[in-house]
Design a protein around this ligand. Sequence first.
Ligand SMILES: C[S@@+](CC[C@H](N)C(=O)[O-])C[C@H]1O[C@@H](n2cnc3c(N)ncnc32)[C@H](O)[C@@H]1O
Length: 243
Amino acid sequence: MMTALYYHRHSSMQKRDGLKLIEEISVKEGDHVLDLGCGTGHLAVVLSKIVGEEGKVIAVDPNNERIELAKEVNSSINIEYLVASDADFPTDQQYHSVICTDVIHWIKDKESIFKKVYCSLRPGGTFGFTTFSNEPKHHPILFEMFPPKVLQEVINLAYNTLTPEKYKELASLTGFEVTFMDVFEAQMHFPNINAFVDYFYSSFQGKFDPNSPTIKRIKEKYKGQELVRILPRLTVILTKPIQ
Ligand SMILES: C[S@@+](CC[C@H](N)C(=O)[O-])C[C@H]1O[C@@H](n2cnc3c(N)ncnc32)[C@H](O)[C@@H]1O
């Protein structure tokens, strides 16, 4: 449960960008919305208040711990939490909107997810996602935390980025219209090195020992320092044409 808890504590940037996306996508009362890769459910609960009693939020994540924590801290009568991924979320043209915040760079086969989301949307429905506009410049401390091979493995797993132009091509290929695209730079603030290590422990889903001698030495070295990570961000909204 620790990685889920750390993610819950240190995901303010994801929440901020996700809230902006929800505003842009204009979810309405009564809508059925899929939150694909919902993490600990902080946006699912916001969506549940907008769609109200007549609406429904299906919130899926492949990480069982995150779904369990979401049920504990972000539950609502109109949210259904499921352990599922891009490969097996429920699809039958039922959603008015699919939102997918900070997930798509975890998924290598983008064409397949675009096609699946397209099939799961009602005509006129929207697919909104936040991600990176290109591979982030990795914080120098990460190179101290991990041997190059391990860092590369994580980068290969978690940073499958495409450029905004490539996303436009993919949208057109899969039948979507691009209705909104915003490229911007975001800053992620960490009050101290412990918060920095905790965030990456959760982001890399526990793939390193946070109490190893290397990490202890790094915590000592950067003690008392505030840290900032600069990230190239992208928000996209695609619409399935009514025809
Ligand atoms: C950075 S978190 C974002 C969580 C949440 N959407 C938010 O904005 O806070 C990335 C999430 O994507 C989930 N994820 C990873 N691979 C996935 C996949 N193939 N399908 C759906 N979700 C996935 C992870 O389990 C993780 O919870």
